[in-house]
Design a protein around this ligand. Structure first.
Ligand SMILES: Cc1cc2nc3c(=O)[nH]c(=O)nc-3n(C[C@H](O)[C@H](O)[C@H](O)COP(=O)(O)O)c2cc1C
Length: 338
């Protein structure tokens, strides 16, 4: 990626360097910190007429499972005041169809390809990881720990540090590719889960998946989704997701990818300042499929206006009472804001 030149905002004839959006996500180098969120952007390819995939730092696939899954009964999606409730039930065509039909197209997009995997047992996650380890087109795996653990009373793997760590341990043994553990916000102590997956060998953490929610029409008595409970996402969950991502980032030393309610460059920057190295854009893409590309553009504009040369300089600069880490450009930003 080349650092371009832009006219200075003051129009004084001097050119200033375009901010550098490049980041390092563990072992991966991304051209910018904006990725698609699993399941909300197709596999990233359906959206190419709105946002060329190469504008993004990376594409994350829908969750891929060992066998095809038909998903849950309809209705599976319902809009609420400030978000969405979904109960898709991980509908997908299974790993064979993914590798055959989807992966080549994802690989053709000039960006980082992350395959999100889901299993009903820890061993199923490991099988998927082993299978994908052989696929050069896959740059990293995202492990969807919100899947129900069939051997463990159908509670999500993400709700117990030991169980989450066991999944990551088996995935770690099965692949040399970078692995990102995608955590659930529906837990009492997300920091404990984050530390457990880091200890088990995760290269990074995605925080977070959907919150549990429900809606009901009081006139008909009908719930918004057929399963009654579903996954709540969109703008309403941003403060919860931000808190979870911040807790993870301050508890581990592997990179954290923030996800939940992000709908603008300012939202994305909040997650970076809170300690995230990158972000994923999910539900907001339903309202505006061109949004991820625009967020990248807006990030450049925001940073240029604030005089920040490299987006990575903002990561973790929150003033949360912890000792300052040194090169924190806060004074500079405050001047830019006034
Ligand atoms: C319709 C829909 C489908 C989703 N499917 C998946 C999925 O297959 N795997 C997964 O890990 N997360 C899935 N998610 C969760 C998102 O990737 C994301 O973690 C969550 O929605 C919070 O981000 P957001 O508020 O930006 O959407 C899905 C979310 C929605 C709304």
């Amino acid at each position: 990626m080349s650092a371009g030149r832009v006219a200075s905002p003051g129009g004084d004839g001097y050119a200033q360097a375009m901010p550098d959006l490049g980041i390092e996500l563990g072992p991966l180098a991304l051209r910018n910190p904006v990725l698609s969120a699993s399941g909300t952007y197709g596999h990233g390819l359906e959206m190419r007429q709105f946002t060329p995939p190469e504008r993004l730092g990376g594409l994350v696939s829908k969750t891929v499972t060992p066998r095809p899954r038909p998903g849950n009964p309809a209705p599976r999606i319902c809009e609420t005041e400030a978000g969405l409730i979904n109960s898709i039930g991980l509908e997908n065509k299974g790993i064979d169809a993914y590798v055959r039909d989807v992966l080549p197209a994802m690989a053709a997009a000039d960006t980082v390809v992350v395959t999100n995997i889901g299993g009903e047992t820890p061993e199923e996650f490991a099988l998927l990881a082993e299978r994908l380890d052989a696929e050069a087109a896959v740059d990293a795996l995202e492990v969807n720990l919100s899947c129900p653990n069939v051997d463990g009373g159908r509670l999500p793997f993400a709700t117990d540090p030991a169980v989450a760590a066991h999944v990551i341990t088996l995935v770690r043994r099965a692949t040399k590719k970078p692995i990102f553990a995608k955590l659930s916000p529906n837990v009492g102590n997300i920091a404990a889960i984050a530390r457990a997956v880091e200890g088990a060998g995760a290269d990074g953490i995605t925080a977070v998946n959907t919150l549990l929610g429900m809606s009901v029409d009081w006139r008909t008595g009908r719930p918004g989704v057929a399963t009654v409970q579903g996954g709540y996402s969109g703008p309403a969950i941003k403060p919860v997701a931000l808190r979870c991502a911040w807790e993870c980032a301050r508890s581990v030393s592997i990179p954290v990818v923030g996800c939940g309610g992000i709908a603008s460059a300012d939202d994305a920057l909040e997650f970076l300042v809170a300690g995230c190295t990158a972000v994923q854009i999910g539900t907001a893409c339903f309202a505006d499929p061109a949004l991820p590309g625009r967020i990248v553009q807006e990030l450049e504009a925001r940073l240029a206006a604030a005089g920040v040369e490299r987006v990575r300089d903002l990561i973790g600069t929150i003033r949360d009472g912890r000792p300052e880490s040194g090169a924190r450009p806060r004074g500079h930003l405050e001047r830019a804001a006034h």
